[in-house]
Design a protein around this ligand. Structure first.
Ligand code: NAD
Length: 347
């Protein structure tokens, strides 16, 4: 059986990637839309076959409770608006997928998890790299010891912020985005570090920088660097930026280095293994975009089979707690912050 999904927020990512993915998915299909723009919603409904009665505005969204065709609500709005829609979706008795970052504050994430528990439904954070073939292959290689012992991890996620496109306008406003390049794309480096090293950090230090006089960065940082120290003593360095354009991961093993370059693009990611014998390409993924439909179907299958989701609300909360600590450290000139197991700051 295919579960019915409603997409809330019909912006760039929803319309270019996830609505098409719902058309390809095997256990999921698009059955509803939630939008502040009735004309856009009507046009997408007509094109995708969504019934007129299954199109909601943000105001009348709660009526979705009466729609038995919709099992899951997928929230793809600006970051600080996730909480309200996620909580209302749970109150309407639906399961929820929410885009990364889960929210802009740990308190919002906690409210979403509490709403999930009250509803007895599932909550998944849309960390698509966990379903992307090149990242999965790298994870397998590392786990199987194919690069030796993992001694160090670094990841850099940068892309230019373009103030002329609507999708980047809210990203310049802290109240909507929660921060700059780090909360937006540095989160891939952070989530990847914890995923590949299979450990939570014990302490971190961060700094941010923005070019003087660049109006894009009046409220949010352009560049952020983070040092992580794990309980085993291992180290990682992460960077994010809104000026240059590259997303890469380097996992430094004792025998070889796994290089993902690009690491987390929508398509075209590549895995290379570099050692004293040279550099060899292990896997590339061109244009299939399977990460999106696999991610969506993962939640539908977890609901159908009542199994755990791989990227639950608790993971989203942990990352948002770490990001809060990162911005706090940056605000205190890179002071090292000791961390609890759950990602919250201890000092
Ligand atoms: P976008 O601006 O293109 O889309 C946001 C949508 O929310 C728009 O349709 C907009 O009209 C709507 N919206 C509702 N209330 C709004 C308000 N008060 N201000 C502005 N817009 C409002 O942005 P996007 O790039 O599609 O990002 C949406 C979400 O998806 C974000 O949480 C972002 O982090 C996430 N995202 C994830 C990925 C990924 O690869 N997983 C990629 C891009 C974006």
């Amino acid at each position: 059986r295919r579960l019915g999904w409603a997409v809330a927020g019909l912006g760039h990512f929803a319309t270019s990637y996830q609505i098409p993915a719902l058309g390809r998915a095997r256990y999921s299909e698009l059955k509803g839309l939630v939008s502040g723009n009735p004309e856009k919603a009507a046009e997408i409904a007509q094109r995708t076959g969504v019934a007129e009665g299954s199109v909601y505005s943000y105001d009348d969204f709660d009526r979705i409770a009466e729609n038995p065709e919709i099992d899951v609500v997928y929230v793809i709005t600006p970051n600080s608006l996730h909480r309200d829609l996620v909580v209302r979706a749970f109150e309407a008795g639906k399961h929820v997928m929410v885009e990364k970052p889960m929210a802009t504050t740990p308190a919002d994430c906690e409210a979403m998890i509490a709403a999930r528990d009250a509803a007895g439904k599932k909550l998944m954070v849309a960390y698509r790299a966990h379903f992307e073939p090149v990242n999965l292959m790298a994870g397998t290689m590392i786990r199987e010891g194919q690069i030796g012992d993992l001694t160090f991890f670094s990841s850099d996620h940068h892309r230019p912020l373009d103030p002329s496109t609507p999708k980047d306008q809210w990203r310049m406003k802290r109240a909507l985005s929660g921060g700059g390049s780090f909360i937006d794309i540095g989160i891939y480096a952070l989530n990847g570090a914890l995923w590949y090293l299979r450990e939570t950090p014990a302490a971190l230090s961060a700094r941010t920088w923005s070019p003087e006089g660049d109006s894009r960065f009046a409220e949010v940082e352009a560049v952020c660097t983070v040092q992580l120290r794990f309980s085993s003593g291992r180290l990682a360095t992460l960077s994010s930026g809104y000026i240059a354009d590259k997303k890469r991961i380097d996992a430094w093993g004792s025998e070889a280095v796994a290089v993902l370059d690009p690491a987390t693009e929508y398509m075209g990611n590549r895995l290379m293994v570099s050692s004293s014998e040279g550099t060899e390409e292990r896997q590339s993924e061109f244009g299939s975009q399977v990460q999106f439909d696999r991610e969506i179907d993962h939640l539908s299958r977890a609901i159908l089979n009542d199994t755990e989701v791989l990227t639950p609300g608790e993971m989203g909360l942990r990352d948002v707690r770490l990001i809060e600590a990162i911005y706090r450290s940056a605000g205190e000139a890179g002071r090292w912050i000791e961390l609890n197991e759950d990602g919250s700051a201890r000092s």
